[in-house]
Design a binder for this molecule. Structure first.
Ligand SMILES: Cc1ncc(COP(=O)(O)O)c(C=O)c1O
Length: 460
């Protein structure tokens, strides 16, 4: 195991890890990854792992796409840095913006770049506030997110995130952020309720929340088309069809967080297309550059853009943007990634192999440990339960999904466990049938071993 290697010990001495149990990593050391090849990564002892999460849902083209490396190198030689402040622009950023708008859902008009998904969402929050001030509605500022959403970890986006770990002891969420229901049919539907009736009930709850708060105080609603880090929650039938008219009725901006769903993951270029969303703003990151360099973007509709332009007449400047907004090197890599998605028809690839993953996941649905198997395209999850009939969960402290993920890693596949004993799958979009079978075989062994552990310890 990696726990005792020199590289792991060195890391323990110097590195503070994000999103990690720091005590565990102190005791056990990290898994040190040294190189990648296709859908595989290798540790410092040469052991190979199928990366079933594409890293953090991002390495859509796997770990050895030379065209991306070459695009970065060429751009580094040509123009390693420039910015888009104060009337300048690196040419490559224009090209990327144009290409993004060309493939984005109808209605998106302009692109503002940043470095991470959190920053893109933070920007969207700021724009919602700014636009309402511009429109003379200074009280229309509340933002509605959803329980179990994940929108990032800056002060404002961690507040949007509807997961306890992002708030606990950080003095979050901040004011003016509200959380409505999570659209998880398996967990939250009432007995006998259809998906459509469940969706209608959640939409009614959203409307009540808006009315309670006062529609003239609510600026925007944020949603991931498929919730990712909250547990891979695919919305129930008609959910967004019911939600969107309510937002329009009360003049509330709809921000689609496409940070995970964007660029093919759900079987369309964007999750907004899969679920027929008409957002006013859209955020993208991760697969925008196939994860090879940090870059994100907030896409806005032309009506929003026009308001921003008018504000410059009043304020003299649009006072937002980062040193590395429009950085030419990640822009070049992103542009090349978008070219590859088009040339290789990444959407068709997901539609070809996605059903194999979904069938395999659902094939485990009868297993006594699995309460629900769910997903769409190349994103999926299983939810482990203590009692299949009552859907009762395990004690979080028992760490059942964490155990499964450790066993899967032992067998050669990297998966991810999430609160609620959920195990997620989000492999590189270049994965083929044989590799899906291999990933699922590792999962199957780990599942059986976890079942044995659960029985031995009397947890079920
Ligand atoms: C849907 C979604 N939005 C936003 C973010 C935040 O992105 P970043 O970690 O790049 O700040 C993530 C990260 O996983 C995400 O999954």
């Amino acid at each position: 195991m990696s726990l005792t290697t020199p590289a792991a010990r060195r890391d323990q001495s110097y590195h503070l890890h994000p999103a990690t149990n720091l005590r565990t990593v102190q005791k056990e050391g990290p898994l040190v990854i040294t190189r990648g090849d296709g859908v595989y990564v290798y540790d410092d002892e040469g052991r190979r792992y199928l990366e079933g999460m594409a890293g953090l849902w991002c390495a859509s083209l796997g770990f050895s796409e030379r065209r991306l490396a070459e695009a970065a190198y060429r751009q580094m030689c040509e123009l390693p840095f420039y910015h888009s402040f104060a009337g300048k622009v690196p040419a490559i950023a224009t090209e990327l913006a144009e290409r993004l708008i060309r493939i984005a859902p109808a209605g998106m008009g302009k692109v503002l770049f940043a470095n991470s998904g959190s920053e893109a969402n933070d920007t969207a929050i700021k724009l919602a506030w700014y636009v309402n001030n511009a429109l003379g509605r200074p009280q229309k500022k509340k933002i509605i997110s959803r329980k179990r959403a994940y929108h990032g970890v800056t002060i404002a986006t961690a507040s949007l995130t509807g997961l306890a770990f992002a708030h606990d002891d950080f003095d979050l969420p901040i004011e003016r952020i509200l959380h409505t229901d999570c659209p998880h049919y398996y967990r939250s539907a009432q007995p006998g309720e259809t998906e459509e009736a469940f969706a209608a009930r959640l939409a009614a709850n959203l409307e009540q929340l808006i009315l309670r708060e006062g529609p003239d105080t609510v600026a925007a609603f944020f949603a991931e088309p498929v919730m990712g880090a909250g547990g891979v929650i695919v919305p129930p039938a008609t959910y967004f069809d019911r939600i969107q008219p309510i937002l329009r009725k009360y003049d509330i901006l709809f921000v689609a967080d496409e940070v995970i769903c964007g660029f093919g993951r759900t079987g369309n270029m964007f999750g907004s297309q899969t679920f027929n969303l008409q957002p006013d703003m859209m955020t993208v990151a991760k697969a925008l550059s196939a994860g090879y360099l940090p870059i994100s973007a907030t896409l806005v509709s032309n009506p929003i853009y026009d308001i921003l332009v008018a504000q410059s007449d009043k304020l003299g400047i649009f006072g937002h943007g980062y040193t590395y907004s429009s950085h030419p090197v990640p822009a070049a890599v992103a542009l090349e990634a978008l070219r590859i998605y088009e040339e290789r028809d990444i959407v068709a690839a997901v539609r070809r192999v996605g059903p194999r993953l979904q069938a395999a996941i659902r094939g485990y649905g009868a297993h006594p440990l699995i309460g629900e198997a769910r997903g769409i395209g190349l994103i999926a999850a299983v939810e482990l339960v203590r009692d299949k009939a009552t859907r009762q969960s395990f004690e979080p402290k028992a760490g059942v999904a964490a155990h499964l993920v450790r066993r899967a890693q032992h067998h050669g596949a990297i998966l991810r466990n999430m609160p609620g004993d959920i195990v997620a799958f989000s492999p590189p979009l270049i994965i083929n049938d044989a590799e899906i079978d291999e990933m699922m075989a590792c999962f199957g062994k780990a599942l059986d071993e976890t079942w044995s552990m659960v029985k031995e310890k009397g947890l079920a």
